[in-house]
Design a protein around this ligand. Structure first.
Ligand code: HEC
Ligand code: HEC
Length: 416
C-alpha cells in the first residue's frame, strides 16, 4: 500500500496516464499480496505464531471433552481400567520431559506401579500422556479423573523412546503408527456392539475420518503432519487447499471440538456448541505444522551410491517423476489423479474406495519427504515396505525394471 500511495502522490491529477499507472500499480500490489498471502503455506512462519501453534497442537482440546467425557465417558474407562501398561500397549505415549525426577526414579525402581490405573491418572495430572488432556480433581480425598479430551498430538506425535519403549521426548508431526485409536474408542461404554466392532477392526496406526458420516469402514493410515510446506492439497485426496482445512474438519467433526465445519461437496455440516474454540486457533496451528520439516534419513540407513543411481531410475525408466515432480516431489498443486491412475486401488476386498468417499473423488500424488520414517505406504497402508511400493509400481505400470534398478530405486526412496 505504501507503494501505491507514493505513486499516487506522484500523479495527483486524474487522467488516462495516471489511471493506467494506477491500474498497473494496483496489479503489482495484488501480485505482491498474492505471493505473500495467497500461498500462505510458503510464508516464513512468524516464530511467535509457531510457538502458539505448538502449544495448541500439543495441548488444546478445543472443548472436545464434551465428546470424550460427556458422551463417550472415556474418563470412567481410563480411571478404572487403563493402567500405564495397557495405555502403552494401545500405543499411547508418555512425554518423559513432563515427568519430575521423583516419578522417573519411581518408575525405574518399581515403586510406582505401572499396573494401576491410579498411575495413569497421576500421569494425566502431570500432563505427560501425549495427546490426552485430563482434568484431575480431589474427590473424597482421592485424585480422580473428572474430564478427559484429546489433542492433535494423539495421532500426529510420538516419542523417541529414549527413556523406555513408549516413553521419551516428543516428536511432533510424526504419525503415531503404534496408536490404535479405534480400539481406544471401542472401550467407550456409550457405543453399541455394531459400532464397537467397526472401531476395534481398524488396528494400529489407522483411523477412518469419514466413518461417522457415511458409515463405511475403510480406515486410513495416519499420515505425518510434517514436510507440508509448499503443498497446497491436503489429505490423500487433496480435499483442502491448506492445512487449516483439515484442521477445522478434524477438530470439529472427529475430535468433537467446539466450532463449525461445512463442505457442500461432501454434505458434511457440523456445529458443536455455541462457543467457537477452533477458528481463532487455525492460523497458529497451521504455522506450527508448516514449521515441521520432515526428518532426514539417518546416515547409514541407506546406501548413497545406490540412491544416486536410484534417482536416475526415478527420473527415467521408473517414470516416477511424471507425477512426483518439483521440489516437494508432487504435482499436487496443479492436479489430482483419478482412481484409475493410482496403484493403491482397488482397495482390499470389501473395503470401499476411499477417494469415492472424499470431496474430490481423486488422489493427490503423495509428497515423499521422510519416507524412511513412516511405513506402511499409500493411503490404505497396502504396501508394507518401500520394496513393496516399487514392486507394485513395476507390476501395475508394466515398467519392466530390472532387479538392480528396483533395488537402487528403493535406496533412493529411503534417502528422501
Ligand atoms: C484420531 C486420529 C487423528 C487426530 C486426533 C487428528 N488427525 Fe490429522 N489425520 C488423521 C488421518 C487418518 C488423516 C488422513 C486423512 C486423509 O488422508 O483423508 C489425517 C490427516 C492430517 C493431515 C494431512 C496430511 C497431508 O499429508 O496432507 C494433517 C496436516 C493433519 N492430519 C493434522 C492434524 C491436526 C492439526 C490435528 C488436530 C486438530 C489432527 N490432525 C488430529 C488422523 C488424526
Ligand atoms: C500417475 C502418477 C504417479 C506415478 C507415475 C507415480 N506415482 Fe507414486 N503416488 C501417486 C499417488 C496419486 C500416490 C498416493 C496414492 C495413495 O495415497 O494411495 C502415490 C504414492 C506414492 C508413495 C507412497 C507415499 C506414502 O507416504 O505413503 C510412494 C512411496 C510412491 N508413490 C513412489 C513412487 C515411485 C517410486 C514411482 C515410480 C516407480 C511412482 N510413485 C510413480 C502418483 C504417482
Amino acid at each position: 500500500m505504501k507503494l501505491f500511495n507514493k505513486e499516487k502522490s506522484l500523479n495527483p491529477r486524474s487522467g488516462l496516464y495516471s489511471s493506467v499507472w494506477l491500474a498497473f500499480i494496483s496489479a503489482s500490489v495484488v501480485a505482491v499480496l498474492v505471493t505473500a498471502c495467497g500461498g500462505s503455506n510458503n510464508d516464513t512462519p512468524d516464530p511467535a505464531l509457531v510457538a502458539q501453534g505448538k502449544d495448541i497442537f500439543r495441548f488444546d482440546t478445543f472443548g472436545d471433552e464434551t465428546t470424550w467425557t460427556d458422551t463417550l465417558r472415556m474418563h470412567e474407562v481410563i480411571r478404572t481400567a487403563v493402567d500405564p501398561t495397557t495405555a502403552l500397549a494401545v500405543g499411547l505415549k508418555v512425554d518423559a520431559e513432563a515427568l519430575p525426577a521423583a516419578v522417573v526414579q519411581g518408575i525405574q525402581n518399581g515403586s510406582i506401579s505401572l499396573t494401576s490405573p491410579d498411575t495413569t491418572v497421576a500421569l494425566l495430572k502431570l500432563n505427560a500422556v501425549v495427546g490426552v488432556k485430563g482434568t484431575v480433581e480431589v474427590v473424597n480425598g482421592k485424585d480422580t479423573l473428572t474430564k478427559v479430551g484429546i489433542t492433535c498430538a494423539l495421532c500426529h506425535s510420538t516419542v523417541d523412546n529414549s527413556f523406555a519403549p513408549g516413553i521419551g521426548k516428543r516428536l511432533d508431526g510424526w504419525a503415531n503408527r503404534d496408536l490404535d485409536p479405534g480400539l481406544i474408542i471401542s472401550l467407550s461404554p456409550a457405543l453399541d456392539a455394531t459400532k464397537k466392532a467397526v472401531y476395534s477392526s481398524w488396528g494400529k496406526g489407522k483411523y477412518d475420518p469419514r466413518f461417522n458420516f457415511d458409515g463405511k469402514n475403510g480406515p486410513q493410515v495416519i499420515p505425518p503432519a510434517y514436510g507440508l510446506q509448499g503443498i497446497h492439497r491436503i489429505t490423500s485426496t487433496g480435499d483442502g487447499e491448506d492445512v487449516a482445512y483439515w484442521n477445522r474438519y478434524v477438530s470439529v467433526t472427529q475430535m468433537g471440538g467446539h466450532g463449525s465445519f461445512s463442505d457442500a461437496r461432501t454434505g458434511v455440516n457440523v456445529k458443536n456448541g455455541t462457543d467457537d474454540q477452533v477458528s481463532s486457533k487455525l492460523p497458529a496451528l497451521q504455522a506450527y505444522q508448516l514449521s515441521l520439516a520432515a526428518p532426514t534419513a539417518p546416515a547409514g540407513s541407506f546406501d548413497p551410491a545406490a540412491a544416486a543411481r536410484g534417482k536416475l531410475v526415478f527420473n527415467q525408466n521408473g517414470k516416477c517423476v511424471t507425477c512426483h515432480s518439483g521440489a516437494v516431489l508432487t504435482d499436487a498443486n496443479s492436479l489430482l489423479h483419478p482412481i484409475s491412475d493410482v496403484v493403491s486401488e482397488p482397495e482390499a476386498a470389501g473395503v470401499p474406495s476411499y477417494a469415492s468417499r472424499s470431496a474430490t473423488k481423486m488422489y493427490r500424488t503423495a509428497p515423499l519427504a521422510g519416507l524412511w520414517q513412516h511405513a506402511p505406504y499409500f493411503h490404505n497402508g497396502s504396501a508394507a515396505t518401500l520394496e513393496a511400493v516399487v514392486q507394485t509400481y513395476n507390476t501395475r505400470k508394466s515398467l519392466n525394471l530390472t532387479n538392480a534398478e528396483m533395488a537402487d530405486l528403493v535406496q533412493y526412496l529411503k534417502s528422501l
